[in-house]
Write a protein that binds this ligand. Structure first.
Ligand code: GDP
Length: 461
């Protein structure tokens, strides 16, 4: 028989800022069920005011009627109470499984607000989880990544981050930096001794080893970012060569999630193709053609911007000549590999125009699978196989923090090696390196960092 915790009459201790937050945690729209969740010290009061009967056993799904303050029934729900500190947020947490659609969850939310809760800010549940030590910052980010994942690889990467692998790797490095700081403290205590109690070379070796380990961590950014966002594959070519048709035909060859990219005069359109190797972020932009026309000119700029960030460019043309033109123009704007593609293969095939890497037809499907295989092959040549199981860096925030640690450690090595300044001054760099990693996992300056991390979350997370 399992052990049940009976809810104590007094309720939970007050944690956080003392407010009780509530939000609809599921996406709005037509569906069978929705989840409203509330967290904070007032959850038990909410239960007494809103629910009939209020649940009496924690972590047990209980069927209740929700009533508003006037006593009118709003919905029939299934409620689960998680008592502090054993909940996602570390506070008393209530999950109400309401009927779906717009009205039921909105009415339950409104009733909870009238009963004293306040609408949660974006990411506030996860933020409380971090503040109460239930998650570290990297794990909290991983929850956002998991929800935003558009490919199996990105999903797997986020799960790895959520299970704490990256935190362990970063924490271990930070501990070693703090050990180096401790070694330096000996030197600071005995500055007059000939060689100090700790040989200078030992400290230098320790710093070198750490520097290499940090460098290896930093080097994971490229792979992590490619998996996280998908390798950016840009379709480039003059208008009417068949880029949009090719874009759409390629979507038919793989599982794809399509999104419009606003902000360009001719909006670009993006799709993430969930392929077994590297996930691809395929972008169809306005035509790449030199032109005085303003719209066209902006279109070209949009293309150039994408070309500059591309992992691979598909230079498209409906003749060998136009492919060569666009490949030349594309190559001038990117350092990524360029694959030359003759489009409308059903029209050109008989003319034996085979100077390009591949000939495809959006209309007949000719060459589409081969094109995806070629793209995969080129990406592997440049970036190797995606490694999804070793914890690595996946965002600009991670990269900036680790790069700062690398820089500080390098500054320490230089000053230490040249014996330019007293150990106490050189040690400042070591402390700064430890702080940079501390910020990454959220053990120093938590407030600023939390602000940056949670601003991209949605309400209810
Ligand atoms: P974009 O401006 O480069 O995006 O070109 P579109 O995809 O809009 O195509 C321009 C024209 O070429 C349209 O009339 C398409 O139907 C036609 N087209 C595109 N792909 C093919 C193809 O594979 N075969 C043939 N025969 N026509 C194509």
């Amino acid at each position: 028989m399992s052990i049940r915790r009976i809810i104590p009459p007094g309720g939970a201790e007050i944690v956080g800022d003392g407010s009780t937050i509530v939000a609809i945690a599921t996406a709005m729209g037509r569906g069978a069920l929705a989840t409203v969740r509330a967290s904070g010290p007032g959850v038990r009061t909410l239960m007494r005011v809103l629910l009939e009967p209020p649940p009496t056993i924690v972590r047990r799904a209980t069927r209740c009627v929700v009533r508003d303050v006037s006593g009118a029934a709003i919905d029939e729900v299934v409620v689960t109470l998680y008592a502090a500190p054993h909940s996602f947020t570390g506070e008393d947490l209530l999950e109400l499984s309401t009927h779906g659609g717009l009205m039921a969850p909105t009415a339950v939310l409104a009733a909870a607000i009238r009963a004293g809760a306040r609408q949660a800010e974006p990411g506030e549940f996860t933020r409380r989880a971090v503040l109460n030590g239930k998650l570290d910052l990297l794990q909290a980010e991983a929850i956002g990544d998991l929800i935003d994942a558009r490919s199996s690889a990105a999903h797997r990467l986020a799960l790895r981050q959520l299970d704490g692998g990256l935190t362990r790797r970063v924490s271990l490095l930070r501990d070693r930096i703090l050990e180096l700081e401790a070694l330096l403290a000996y030197d600071i205590d005995f500055p007059e001794e000939d060689d100090g109690p700790m040989p200078r070379a030992h400290i230098a070796d320790t710093a070198d080893t750490l520097f290499d380990a940090l460098g290896m961590l930093l080097a994971t950014t490229e792979q992590g970012t490619l998996v996280h966002h998908g390798a950016l594959v840009v379709l480039a070519g003059a208008p009417n060569v068949g880029k949009s048709s090719l874009f759409n035909a390629l979507l038919g060859e793989a599982r794809a999630i399509v999104t419009d990219v606003p902000g360009t005069t001719r909006d670009a359109i993006e799709a993430v193709l969930d392929l077994p190797g590297w996930p691809l972020r395929l972008v169809d932009t306005a035509g790449l053609r030199e032109s005085a026309d303003e719209v066209e000119r902006l279109g070209i700029e949009a293309s150039s911007r994408y070309l500059g960030q591309a992992a691979l460019v598909l230079a498209c043309g409906d003749s060998a000549r136009s492919v060569a033109d666009v490949a030349g123009m594309g190559a001038a704007r990117t350092t990524a590999p360029v694959v030359t593609v003759v489009t409308k293969g059903d029209l050109v095939a008989e003319r034996h125009e085979t100077a390009a890497d591949i000939t495809v037809s959006a209309h007949t499907g000719q060459g589409l699978r081969a094109l995806l295989a070629l793209v995969e092959q080129r990406l592997r040549q440049r970036h190797g196989e995606p490694t999804l199981d070793a914890p690595g860096l996946t965002s600009a925030r991670h990269q900036v923090a680790v790069a700062a640690a690398v820089e500080e450690l390098q500054a320490f090595r230089t000053t230490w090696g040249e014996d330019l300044v007293p150990a106490s001054v050189a040690a400042i760099h070591v402390r700064a390196a430890a702080d940079a990693l501390g910020e990454l996992i959220g053990v120093v300056r938590v407030d600023d960092v939390l602000e940056a991390v949670f601003q991209r979350f949605c309400v209810g997370k």
